[in-house]
Each structure stands twice: as C-alpha cells, then as structure tokens.
Design a protein around this ligand. Structure first.
Ligand SMILES: *[C@@H]1O[C@H](CO)[C@@H](O)[C@H](O)[C@H]1NC(C)=O
Ligand SMILES: *[C@@H]1O[C@H](CO)[C@@H](O)[C@H](O)[C@H]1NC(C)=O
Ligand SMILES: [Zn+2]
Length: 421
C-alpha cells in the first residue's frame, strides 16, 4: 500500500493546491493534505496496530490526548481500519501544512527560522535552537566551565557528532559515595522542547554549587541530530533518525524502539511505520553510541532520565508490558512523586507519575527499559514534557524557560532524595 504510486498522487495534488491558493510552496509542503484526527475514547490497542502498519502516527503518549496524524495517501485506508474496529474519529486539522503555515504567521516567526545572531553564551530563551547553535553553546560551556567536559561519543547516520557533556560534582573531595545521573534528550526529532530543556539544565548544572548533591551528571542533549535537522528543514513532524531504508519515501528508524530489551514489542518491522524498530537491535549508530557511553559508566549510574514530549507524565518501567512489575517499582513511584511535587511548586504544572505501558501504549526497545533491564540502573524514567496536547510538538518557545525551571526543580528534589539512600 506504500508503493510509489500514492506518492505521485501526493505530488500532483500538492502542485494543484499550491497553484489554486496562489501560495508559494512552503517548507511544510511535505505535510500537505496530512490530517490530525481526534479518536473516540475507547480505542484500546487499535491505533497502535494501525501505526504498526505505517498508516498513522500516534501523537503524544496516549494517556492524555488521543490525537493521530494521518498522511494524505493513508486517509481512506486508516479511516476504514479504524471504523472496522469501532473507533470513530473527528477531524481536528484538515491540512497540516496550512495549519503550520498559519501558526507560524500568527506567532510572527519567519518561515526560514532565521533568528537574531547567536553569541553562544546562553541557550536561547526565545526560540528553538538549530543543531549548529547547540554545538556552539556546548563548546562555549565546556570552555568556560572547568567542571564540564564535552565529548563526541559517536557519529550519526549522516555523520553529525553525538555530543555528551560530563558535569563533575561540585566538591570532588567528597565524591566517593556519589553516583551518576544520565540525561538523554532529543532522541525523537520533532520533540523540540526536549533538547531545549536539556540545554537549560546544563546551564543550571554548571552553576550549581552542590544543591543536587554530589552527583556526576552526563547529558546527551541531542541524540538524533539528523532527524532534528530534518524536522527544521523539511518535515516538522519527523520522529525517526535519517537511515536510508529499502523503501523509497519510508526512511528512518525509531531510535526509541531500537534498544535490545524485549526488542520488537509494540514496535514495527514495517519501514514505513513511525515505530519502525530497525533491522536488528542497535542497528543504528545513534543507539550504539548511547549504549556504549552508558555502559562505560554503568556501575556509577543511579538515575537515567530520557526527555520526550508531550503529555506531562513521568513514566516508569516497564514499557514493554503492563503484566509484569519492574524491580523497585514502589521506590520509582515514590521518588517520581517527589519530582512531580517539586516541579508543580514552580509554575503549577502537573506531571503525572504513571507506568509506561499502563495506558495502552506499550513499547519496547526504549532507553529506560534497557537501562533498567540490562544495565540494572535503579531509577530509570521517561519524562514527557509540556504540554498536554493543546499544541503538542508545536509548543510555543515561550514555554522553554518555565518548562526548564520546573524540570530543574523536580530533578533537584529527586536527586536530593536519592542521595540520602
Ligand atoms: C551574549 O549575549 C548575552 C545575551 O543573550 C549577553 O548577556 C552577553 O553579554 C553576550 N556575550 C558576549 C560575549 O557578547
Ligand atoms: C541542516 O544541515 C545542513 C547540513 O549540515 C546545514 O547546512 C543546515 O544549516 C542545517 N539546517 C538547520 C536548520 O539546522
Ligand atoms: Zn518521544
């Protein structure tokens, strides 16, 4: 069903639409005709099944909003499959390209994303940063702060660096009992708030004088630079990496389904699916690099937190099944609530502490399950950042600072609690 024929149709319609409306083609052209649907409440596993077939894209974690994106050439087939299983839908967005163009016009952001000159001393407050801007900030940060060192842990499929910052504890003389914290961001390209928050946390970390306890902190602020670049230049809804696969028009591997722990559950073997797991576990250079860097510090690791969006949920393992309870679940929940309470105290934002597989969106091959199941790290979480689905991935940059502030507060409280153990 994903032969090249439908793509020819898409291209033809695109030209007609562009001509009729008289609009010059925008950088959202690839999403012309895509729709956003709101599904009825009682959906069960149906959306995941249809997503595994490559016909739709589940947006956000399913506990919060049951929104899906449906590509133009899948509209009929997806509708038919959903109807067959008794799931009804309401069309929220008729044409995603027009929606994104209008949104940008309203928020007065230039279509080419040209922002003011960037001097690299601070992460941007007012806009999402390009990967090149992030690199500039990270280099400056490590030059200016003796406690921070920057390492490239590998290269992406398109040969971009995968950067890791190691921030050493404030008081190295007192470091025997300190553990390490691993923060990963940006593994899903379109979740722009994730790397933005990671960069702001880095800024806080290097200024912190011991309020998080004596932890070593490792931060990989951009785990999928190729996909991130592509989400700026060509497809705002891009999620996967940029692996070239055998099917033209269906590139990319879902890096958060590529880790080797109960590999395959809730993922897809279909290259066209948004949850394509890859040809084998750790088939991707990005996940290999993360695995190797984490493995090197595994004996120190106490906390692994992977930043995603959206949904405002702190998810604890397992993600691959809801029928088995992970070790330390009661501690994971209790410390998770410490995070959520502290985060809420800043801007009153509610983060729900929930099981990763508990809301019918089971998924294997994710960072947090692997870190717990294979490395044996006690506290592993996936944090779904703002919002609850109003704007979703299209979150206004004015959220960058408040979202970073609440996550930083939550993280501090969590680490303080854990350092007492
Ligand atoms: C860089 O820009 C910030 C404001 O974003 C300013 O406070 C700082 O002084 C600038 N630094 C340099 C070296 O120009
Ligand atoms: C995307 O990557 C290309 C090649 O590295 C670069 O020239 C371009 O500036 C990048 N665009 C964005 C928006 O990051
Ligand atoms: Zn994600």
């Amino acid at each position: 069903m994903m032969s090249t024929v439908p793509f020819v149709i898409v291209a033809t319609v695109t030209v007609i639409v562009a001509t009729v409306s008289g609009k010059e083609s925008s950088r959202h052209e690839i999403l012309r005709g895509h729709q956003i649907w709101q599904l009825s409440n009682d959906v069960g596993d149906v959306p995941l099944e249809v997503m595994q077939k490559g016909l739709l894209d589940v947006l956000g974690h399913f506990g919060t909003s049951k929104k899906v994106r449906v590509p133009f050439h899948c509209l009929e087939e997806a509708q038919r499959l959903l109807q067959e299983k008794g799931v009804s839908r309401e069309i929220l967005v008729e044409d995603l390209a027009t929606y994104l163009e209008d949104h940008e016009r309203l928020s007065k952001r230039s279509a080419t994303m040209k922002s003011d000159a960037y001097n690299c001393s601070q992460p941007r407050h007012d806009d999402y940063m390009t990967f090149e801007e992030m690199e500039c900030f990270l280099k400056r940060l490590s030059e200016d702060n003796p406690r921070a060192s920057l390492t490239s842990i590998g290269k992406s499929f398109e040969n971009r660096d995968l950067w890791m910052v190691h921030v050493r504890p404030n008081d190295p003389s007192d470091s025997e009992e300190a553990g390490a914290v691993w923060i990963e961001a940006g593994i899903h390209a379109r979740e722009w708030i994730s790397p933005a928050v990671a960069l702001h946390i880095l800024k806080e970390l290097v200024q912190d004088n011991g309020s998080i306890g004596n932890f070593d902190v490792y931060v990989v602020p951009m785990a999928n630079p190729d996909g991130y670049n592509y989400s700026f230049t060509s497809d705002r809804m891009w999620r996967k990496n940029r692996r070239i696969t055998s099917q033209p028009g269906c590139g990319g591997v879902d890096l958060n389904r590529n880790w080797d722990f109960h590999y395959g559950v809730g993922a897809s073997e279909n290259e066209c699916s948004e949850v394509y797991r890859g040809s084998e576990p750790f088939s991707e250079p990005e996940t290999k690099a993360l695995r190797d860097a984490m493995t090197k510090v595994k004996d120190q690791l106490k906390v692994v937190m992977s930043l995603h969006s959206y949904g405002q949920q702190l998810l604890y393992p397992w993600g691959y099944t809801k029928h088995k309870t992970a070790p330390d679940t009661s501690d994971l929940i209790a410390r998770g609530k410490v995070f959520a309470d502290a985060a809420k105290s800043v801007h009153n934002t509610v983060y729900k502490v929930v099981n990763s597989a508990g809301d019918l969106y089971k998924a294997s091959g994710a960072t947090d399950d692997w870190a717990k199941g294979v490395l044996g790290v006690k506290y592993t979480y996936t944090l779904e950042l703002r919002d609850e689905g109003m704007s979703g991935f299209n979150l206004d940059p004015s959220h960058i600072v408040p979202c970073s502030e609440e996550v930083w507060e939550g993280l501090r409280a969590l680490l303080n609690e854990i350092s007492k153990e």
